[in-house]
Design a protein around this ligand. Sequence first.
Ligand SMILES: [Zn+2]
Length: 87
Amino acid sequence: MREMSLMYGFTAPLAPVLFKAACPDCRSRFELSASALRLAIGASRRTTFYSFTCPECGSSVRKPAGERIVELLTGGGVRTLRLHTTA
Ligand SMILES: [Zn+2]
């Protein structure tokens, strides 16, 4: 067990992260790297979403992001945009 945790601790930050995604338009499934995804964090859950362009049909996909997804994406190095309408 000790060897395993050491291994994870060493490789995790360096490993390329791929996120599984699916396109609602053409129904294809694919894996996207962090640079292909964008995350927008709004003031409420309704305005928190992630988006990407489908590599198959080129359509822009936008999906709501829950807390877990936000953690996953930010932890994986996805570009994050914080939307704040009030100054
Ligand atoms: Zn598509």
